[in-house]
Ligand binder design. Structure first.
Ligand SMILES: [Ca+2]
Ligand SMILES: [Ca+2]
Ligand SMILES: [Ca+2]
Length: 317
């Protein structure tokens, strides 16, 4: 039912009803529904403007198929709306030209032969649903170069080397060369290019050596709105070991660590991930925190720092 019709009925009943307590309940219920709808609307978003073509040839083609191919991950699967303007900002509807396509299925196309004058140069953008708007991209990762067997940017390696920085279930993966050319435009064959394994280009599967690629991953809202605490380094290993336990850290930093951390990350003070130091840890989890005991290692523990990943309810807005 349309919102304005709903309000009409509601106001009619306010005037006519004798049972005001019941009506207040109804009004509250409707108000809640309307507010929820408002909030959902607030989370839709527009993509950037795209201008991939100019009208000098057959026409100005800003179609979804081309745009998606040239801009992977930047346009939602099911756009809610499309908007086209000339490059100077005049709405397409005010130019008097005829458009071959102007919808959310095909995108936009202006064909010169269908117009008295050559098509103007148009740009387009798309409105996307909340499920697309509140996702986020990780940083770009480039852990390997192709000089050996190939360029391996796999999730297993990336996760190991960058704990907590990639969501458990990525929605999408994007790979480009280091200079920014989309992987799909390099003409090379990829051994893997998906959200399960990640990315791998094998030299022997290509005529020329693989280019050097970087990758990033799109993550769901549940991952995007979490946050990390500051780094903590309360102890050094000179005594029994390096103790960065949650009990001690909470006591010494009240309010700075959430009650139920999602993840813990430990590195040496110089930034080497704890997992790469070869040392054994007495504790390394979100329940106890972190502890390295000297007597459990061949060499004295290194000096570690820790931080914790916290849920959205803890994170600043
Ligand atoms: Ca254009
Ligand atoms: Ca690489
Ligand atoms: Ca320490």
């Amino acid at each position: 039912m349309r919102t304005d019709r709903l309000l009409q009925i509601l106001f009619f009943h306010i005037h006519c009803s004798c049972n005001s307590a019941k009506m207040i309940k109804v009004i509250l219920a409707v108000w809640t529904i309307l507010m929820t709808k408002e909030c959902r609307c607030a989370n839709i978003c527009w993509t950037q403007w795209f201008d991939r073509d100019d009208p000098s040839g057959v026409g100005d083609f800003e179609t979804l198929q081309n745009l998606r191919q040239e801009n992977p991950g930047k346009i939602c699967d099911a756009p809610i709306a499309i908007q086209a303007t000339t490059l100077s900002g005049t709405p397409a509807s005010q130019t008097g030209q005829t458009f071959h396509n102007y919808d959310t299925t095909v995108g936009f196309a202006c064909v010169n032969s269908e117009n008295k004058q050559m098509c103007l140069d148009y740009q387009v953008r798309f409105q996307c649903p909340p499920s697309f708007c509140s996702v986020c991209w990780t940083q770009w990762f480039d852990r390997d170069d192709p000089s050996g067997v190939g360029d391996f940017e796999t999730l297993q390696n990336l996760r190991q080397e960058n704990p907590g920085k990639i969501c458990d279930v990525p929605i999408a993966i994007q790979a480009t060369t280091l200079s920014g050319t989309p992987a799909s435009q390099t003409g090379q064959t990829f051994h893997n290019y998906d959200t399960t394994v990640g990315f791998a280009c094998v030299n022997s599967e290509n005529k020329q050596m693989c280019l050097d690629y970087q990758v990033r991953f799109q993550c769901p809202p549940s991952f995007c709105s979490v946050c990390w605490t500051q780094w903590f380094d309360r102890d050094d290993p000179s005594g029994v070991g390096d103790f960065e336990t949650l009990q001690n850290l909470r006591q010494e930093n009240p309010g700075k660590i959430c009650d139920a951390p999602i993840a813990i990350q430990a590195t040496t003070l110089s930034g080497t991930p704890a997992s790469q130091t070869g040392q054994t840890f007495h504790n390394y989890d979100t329940t106890v925190g972190f502890a390295c005991v000297n007597s459990e290692n061949k060499q004295m523990c290194l000096d570690y720092q820790v931080r914790f990943q916290c849920p959205p309810s803890f994170c600043p807005a």
